[in-house]
Write a protein that binds this ligand. Structure first.
Ligand code: GUN
Length: 293
């Protein structure tokens, strides 16, 4: 079976062009959208994401601040930085890259960000509004996945969707979006995770399979229903002595093994990742627009 490649890079590029025009229009009104990104520690995937976020901000004409703090930063110090950004009128969006070092309580940090500047939509206020179907911001990766499905013409209504992974960043919210009423929703959603019995039997039910577990090549060919649409939200750094850099990025799905059994799949890199960044930029633009309303 010839499998369609869902080109996240291309779709994200189209969204970025739309956003760049909206940014220019907002600047005419005297407001430059500003995003602050805080990274604590040296997680390699996080470093890559943070760099991409800063670069994309600048490309779209937005103001960008990247704050890199050492692994030993205390929770108190981080909360103080957030307070400063909450009060800073040039900053419309604040994002603390996750995961945080284990001595910092993630919930305290997320709840310190003002909900109006919470462009990740991780604050309980925004999570609650999303679940109720009256969102302020949508979380970037789940919203990006939904846009990929919508913009590639994948029907979700009435379909069996299986989400593997129950993180607050991807698994739980993407399940919520897919079960919501309306375009890109109306799916019958199963959420599977590390304690799911006979995972392969569950994933083989999936007409749409969304994977966010953070384990390289976790989904093998025998776990995929022929004709499924696969969305791979994994970003795993693996050694590759043959390559120039000595490493490469792979997803959670064994791409080579499944590519002729599925109907469509997102590549890694170039699938979900660029969409996450585009959605974050969109949230930052909305946050800036909201200051005029
Ligand atoms: N870590 C992995 N994905 C994300 C994301 O979308 N936002 C933040 N803040 N951290 C992440």
């Amino acid at each position: 079976m010839a499998c369609m490649l869902i080109d996240g890079k291309k779709i994200a590029g189209e969204i970025q062009e739309e956003l760049a025009q909206e940014v220019a229009a907002l600047k005419e009104k005297g407001v430059t959208p500003g995003l602050a990104v805080i990274l604590v520690g040296e997680d390699p995937a996080s470093q890559m994401y943070v760099q991409m976020k800063g670069r994309t901000c600048k490309k779209l004409g937005m103001h960008s601040e990247t704050i890199i703090l050492p692994d030993a930063t205390t929770e108190q110090e981080l909360l103080q930085r957030i307070d400063g950004l909450n009060a800073d009128p040039r900053i419309h969006g604040i994002l603390v890259q996750l995961p945080l070092p284990s001595h910092i309580r993630e919930d305290r940090v997320i709840e310190a960000i003002h909900p109006d500047k919470d462009v990740d939509a991780f604050h309980p206020y925004n999570v609650g509004r999303m679940f109720a179907g009256s969102p302020s911001f949508l979380p970037a990766t789940p919203a990006g996945i939904q846009q990929l499905l919508l913009r590639s013409g994948v029907e979700t209504a009435g379909k069996r969707a299986v989400v593997v992974g129950r993180s607050n960043i991807v698994g739980k919210p993407v399940a919520a979006l897919l079960m919501q009423k309306g375009p890109g929703g109306d799916a019958t959603v199963t959420l599977a995770h590390s304690r799911t019995r006979d995972l392969g039997q569950v994933t083989r039910e999936a007409e749409i399979l969304i994977v966010a577990v953070g384990k390289a090549n976790f989904i093998s060919r025998d776990m995929v229903r022929p004709g499924a649409v696969i969305i791979d939200a994994g970003t795993n750094k693996v050694d590759d002595p043959g390559s120039e850099k000595g490493y490469r990025w792979v997803g959670d799905v064994d791409f080579e093994a499944v590519k002729d059994v599925c109907a469509a799949i997102t590549p890694v890199p170039g699938g979900v990742g660029p969409m996450t960044i585009a959605m974050l930029m969109s949230n930052t633009l909305r946050a800036a627009e909201n200051t005029l309303a």
